[in-house]
Write a protein that binds this ligand. Sequence first.
Ligand SMILES: CC[C@H](C(=O)O)C(=O)SCCNC(=O)CCNC(=O)[C@H](O)C(C)(C)COP(=O)(O)OP(=O)(O)OC[C@H]1O[C@@H](n2cnc3c(N)ncnc32)[C@H](O)[C@@H]1OP(=O)(O)O
Ligand SMILES: [Co+2]
Length: 145
Amino acid sequence: MKLGRLNHIGVATPSLEKSIAYYRDVMGATIAHEPFDLPAQGVKVCFVDTPGENGTAGTQIELIEPFDASSPITAFIAKNPAGGQHHMCYEVADIHEAKAWFEGLGKRVLGEPRIGAHGTPIFFVHPKDMNGVLTEIMETPKEAH
Ligand SMILES: CC[C@H](C(=O)O)C(=O)SCCNC(=O)CCNC(=O)[C@H](O)C(C)(C)COP(=O)(O)OP(=O)(O)OC[C@H]1O[C@@H](n2cnc3c(N)ncnc32)[C@H](O)[C@@H]1OP(=O)(O)O
Ligand SMILES: [Co+2]
């Protein structure tokens, strides 16, 4: 199984509005799309594009705010009231091959693949099995192949 590019860094925040202003006005990032809700994943999302070089896109930051009290990031925000780096997301060609690979290594895959914020299947691997980093694996969008 070959890991693909780092697709995004997930940053949890108690306020999308404040974090959007920070990344835009202080960090010079561009807000790629309007924020949107992903109730099925318990989050409100806004993608932020960091500056790239020579016309290429920079790394994307995925700002996520709890959609409601049952959000999987509610506990994270309770522990980190200012928010903070939450997960890293890598691309793979085949989500099912990747899931079997991580499980074969004895790592805890959290739930079945489900559609993520980029519209392709994703899953998460427990941070305790990934050197302390909550790791999201997403299938590369077909048009990107
Ligand atoms: C899918 C849409 C979008 C996309 O890109 O497509 C997203 O990325 S949405 C992102 C939000 N969704 C998720 O994070 C789903 C997966 N996450 C989970 O299932 C939980 O957050 C889980 C299991 C990682 C942690 O759950 P919870 O916080 O309720 O458990 P604990 O507080 O007991 O934590 C257990 C243990 O793990 C440490 N921990 C928790 N969160 C993180 C983290 N983000 N990074 C690193 N470590 C984390 C926590 O400190 C505990 O460690 P301990 O030493 O036992 O205190
Ligand atoms: Co993500």
